[in-house]
Ligand binder design. Structure first.
Ligand SMILES: *[C@@H]1O[C@H](CO)[C@@H](O)[C@H](O)[C@H]1NC(C)=O
Ligand SMILES: *[C@@H]1O[C@H](CO)[C@@H](O)[C@H](O)[C@H]1NC(C)=O
Ligand SMILES: *[C@@H]1O[C@H](CO)[C@@H](O)[C@H](O)[C@H]1NC(C)=O
Ligand SMILES: *[C@@H]1O[C@H](CO)[C@@H](O)[C@H](O)[C@H]1NC(C)=O
Length: 799
């Protein structure tokens, strides 16, 4: 500054010196003029006449003229006045550029005599130029890593003016990174330098725009501007950065190979190659590398081979992102494989009991485990069996189940069960597995044999051949095998007297019954016994049934004449008074038949008579009566042959010879009534009672019983004289023992009863003689069942 100021002072001193010289010394000394550039044309510069010391006329006369060194007519000499005027506008910068001072030399030429005067015109600078930058925009590139204090030399501006009007200062628009520093160069010029004041950050501010202003020292100062575009150059100061450390993605197990899975994307704030990221799997296992691949440029992860949830449920992959500058960053990709229901449940049978006894309660049938390789709902299983079975499933340990019978089974109801175990998972679609177990129920002897009937009634005709098959009993057993194999047997009879073992036998295997001997209806009309059926179970079960054998009567007994007695030395002779009227009852033939029914239905017939037509026999009751009045002419002795016939098929018969003696006078009247019999019985202890009982058995049968008491005064004395009938002596029980069908009459009884009963059957009016019995005759066999005989009421009174 001080130097520059001293220099200006000296220039001024030189100029003043020349002007003083020019003014004071006329002659060869040059004359100096000064004018500011850009002064208007015609402006006055100086009076040459006066400055040269010449008169105005002399100038004109000597043809004074101004000749410039450069042959340009900058100046014009006004001859009349001698004034030197500007002939043109002078541009100092054009005339002298940067040369200072800017002097135009010219000569004033006078003729007559030729005379030269040297003169010079000093062109003075004015501030007519602004500083200018050559470029409207200056680009500079600065690395962001540049250290603070680094300077950047800027292009300088130009100002054609000189001196104070030339460039004096630079300023930069306010900013936070740079300030300007002016540098002086040795040639006196100044240069602007940008100084970095604060660190640049490409990532934050990749470029800055500053305005550089150049100022001159004019008054007023002029300025020129240029734009400084600062590009902040990136350095690899940023590693790639993942927006998240962990990526999580779920992939279905059945995702097709090649499918896109996820795109991993890291950011690198750096630009260019420093920001170019490539992706790789870091420390990835062989399995991961086989299964996935990553596109190094895009970060797209694709599936390379198929997934299997059951093998690997998730993959943890470290992914590294590396930029062009080698900086790297890692992130973790967690790929979760989502299960697809691709596995049906599996059933593994651990143990099976195929046969269970029928009465066992809660028996273990099977132990099995289930499993499903899938997970979640796909692996959740429901285990079931059919609803209608007496079995149930019980979960035991973990995934083990037991199949047990719920209650005791009944083989007879159902002997075989097909149990289908269905295991279904809860996936969609539901997959299921079935396993069928066939369980057989083994038999237990829990059923007793059962007869087809609780009682059997068998009919057989008497006089059968021995070993005749008379019928069968049959029983069934619902059990199986030996438990159902039956053995038939006869049970001991209730009546200890029944000789069952000699009567019937049973085939133990088939229940066929056989008569062991010929049966006799007259001895045994019916008998009853028990049969048993026993199975071969252990313990054996058995059951019983009753068998009732009814013997059918055959006509195997001939009628037997009870009265009159046929053998004996003194045959009984009937006495008939000659005065008897016709129809006088002579006697009554009493006969019995061991058979029953039709076979015992007897009819009487007079076969022969001494005097035919005198006596008649009533066919139905055997009464022998006179047919007409007797007369003196009739012979006293008569013999009658009466035949008794039964109604069997073929009929059997017996005959009896009656002796009748006609006597004079009247015989004791015949007493047909029970009262009479009773009276007679009281009158004579030897009189044999003939008791006819009134037996009433049912409402259907009106039983009227005619009591017939044949009382015969057969005193031995009379019998001796008259040949009367002989009647055995002995105790007389009064009435017969009712054995009610169960007892047996003892043969030792001494019965002397002759009875018959007359049934008045309402539907047939058939009169039927019933059984009479005489123990002494002993032709009558004891029977199991006998009719009930009662005393007549009159007789009861008489007792
Ligand atoms: C240049 O300009 C600045 C800002 O206006 C000023 O502070 C500085 O003094 C000036 N320099 C000179 C040499 O005039
Ligand atoms: C099943 O039957 C057998 C043979 O009858 C017997 O031994 C066993 O006690 C019975 N069991 C049950 C539970 O009733
Ligand atoms: C059980 O299954 C077998 C074989 O399929 C079949 O023969 C049998 O009849 C089935 N039994 C029942 C009780 O359904
Ligand atoms: C008649 O015969 C029966 C049976 O044969 C006999 O018991 C009875 O003594 C005989 N009577 C006479 C008198 O011979």
């Amino acid at each position: 500054m001080a130097i520059r100021g001293a220099l200006a002072l000296r220039k001024r001193q030189v100029l003043i010196l020349f002007v003083l010289l020019g003014l004071s010394q006329a002659g060869p000394e040059s004359v100096r003029y000064s004018v500011a550039e850009e002064t208007e044309i015609g402006s006055f510069v100086g009076n040459l006449a006066r400055d040269l010391g010449l008169g105005v006329e002399e100038l004109s006369s000597r043809e004074a003229r101004v000749v410039s060194d450069d042959n340009k007519k900058h100046l014009h000499l006004d001859l009349p006045t001698g004034d030197l005027l500007l002939n043109e506008k002078l541009d100092r910068e054009e005339l002298c550029s940067s040369t200072e001072p800017c002097v135009l030399h010219f000569q004033v030429v006078l003729e007559n005599p030729l005379q030269f005067f040297r003169a010079e015109l000093h062109v003075k600078d004015i501030n007519d130029h602004s500083p200018t930058f050559l470029d409207k925009e200056i680009l500079i590139q600065i690395s962001e890593s540049t250290t603070i204090g680094t300077t950047f030399l800027m292009e300088s501006a130009q100002d054609l003016d000189i001196g104070r009007n030339s460039l004096q200062n630079y300023t930069v628009s306010p900013n936070s990174h740079f300030y300007i520093k002016i540098r002086d160069s040795s040639d006196g010029k100044i240069y602007p330098e940008l100084v970095l004041d604060r660190e640049l950050d490409h990532e934050h501010e990749p470029e800055l725009r500053l305005t550089l202003t150049a100022l001159d020292g004019g008054s007023p100062p002029r300025s020129g501007k240029t734009l400084v575009l600062i590009k902040v150059l990136d350095v690899n100061d940023n590693a790639p950065e993942f927006p998240q450390r962990l990526y999580e993605v779920q992939v279905l197990e059945d995702t097709p190979i090649g499918s896109w899975i996820i795109t991993i994307s890291a950011k690198d704030l750096d630009a260019g190659n420093y920001g170019k990221i490539s992706y790789t799997f870091l420390h990835a296992s062989e399995d991961i590398r086989k299964t996935f691949e990553i596109n190094p440029a895009s970060g797209d992860v694709h599936l390379r081979s198929s997934l299997d949830f059951e093998v690997t449920q998730s993959y943890t992959i470290n992914i590294q992102a590396t930029d062009g500058g080698g900086l790297s960053e890692e992130c973790t990709l967690l790929i979760k494989v989502i299960d697809i229901n691709d596995n049906p449940p599996e059933v593994t049978m651990s143990s099976i009991t195929k046969i269970i006894p029928e009465n066992a309660s809660e028996t273990l049938v099977a132990l099995f485990s289930v499993r499903d390789k899938d997970s979640g709902d796909n692996g959740r299983m429901v285990c079931s069996i059919q609803d209608d079975l007496p079995f149930s499933l019980k979960p035991t340990f973990k995934n083990f189940f037991t199949l047990v019978s719920e209650k005791a089974l009944d083989r007879e109801m159902r002997a075989e069960y097909n149990i289908t175990i269905t295991v279904a998972d809860m996936g969609s679609p539901r997959l299921k597995t079935q396993h069928t177990i066939t369980v057989l129920v083994s038999d237990v002897n829990d059923n007793a044999p059962a007869f087809t009937q609780t009682s059997y009634t068998l009919w057989v005709r008497e006089n059968n051949s021995p070993a005749l098959h008379i019928g069968s009993v049959s029983a069934t057993d619902r059990d199986a095998g030996a438990n159902a194999q039956l053995t038939y047997s006869l049970l001991p009879p209730q009546d200890p007297h029944l000789p069952l073992a000699s009567l019937v036998s049973i085939n133990a295997d088939n229940g066929h019954l056989f008569a062991l001997r010929s049966l006799d209806y007259e001895a045994l009309q019916a008998f009853e016994f028990g049969v048993g059926a026993t199975d071969r179970g252990s313990p054996a079960l058995s059951s019983q049934a009753r068998v009732r054998v009814l013997v059918l009567d055959a006509n195997d007994n001939s009628p037997f004449v009870l009265y009159p007695l046929q053998n004996g030395s003194a045959p009984c002779t009937e006495l008939v008074p000659r005065a008897a009227e016709a129809g006088y009852l002579v006697t009554k033939v009493v006969a019995v038949d061991g058979d029953s029914g039709q076979n015992a239905w007897l009819s009487y017939q007079l076969l022969k008579a001494t005097e035919p037509g005198l006596f008649g026999v009533w066919p139905h009751n055997g009464e022998v009566r006179t047919a007409r009045l007797l007369s003196e002419r009739d012979a006293p002795k008569h013999r009658l042959l009466v035949q008794v016939r039964d109604n069997g098929e073929p009929p059997r018969s017996a005959s009896v010879t009656l002796h009748v003696l006609l006597v004079d006078g009247f015989s004791q009247p015949y007493l047909p009534l029970p009262e009479a019999a009773a009276e007679q019985a009281r009158a004579d202890p030897l009189t044999v009672y003939l008791v006819v009982a009134l037996a009433s058995v049912s409402s259907l049968f009106l039983l009227s019983v005619l009591l017939f008491v044949a009382v015969r005064l057969c005193r031995r004395s009379r019998a001796a004289s008259l040949g009367g009938c002989s009647v055995p002596e002995g105790p007389f029980p009064g009435h017969l023992v009712d054995v009610s069908g169960t007892g047996t009459l003892s043969q030792s009884y001494q019965y002397e009863i002759i009875t018959w009963r007359e049934y008045n059957c309402s539907n047939s009016f058939r009169r039927q003689r019933m059984v009479a019995l005489q123990a002494k005759a002993s032709k009558i066999k004891p029977r199991k069942r006998y009719e009930l005989y009662l005393r007549s009421p009159a007789e009861e009174k008489s007792q």
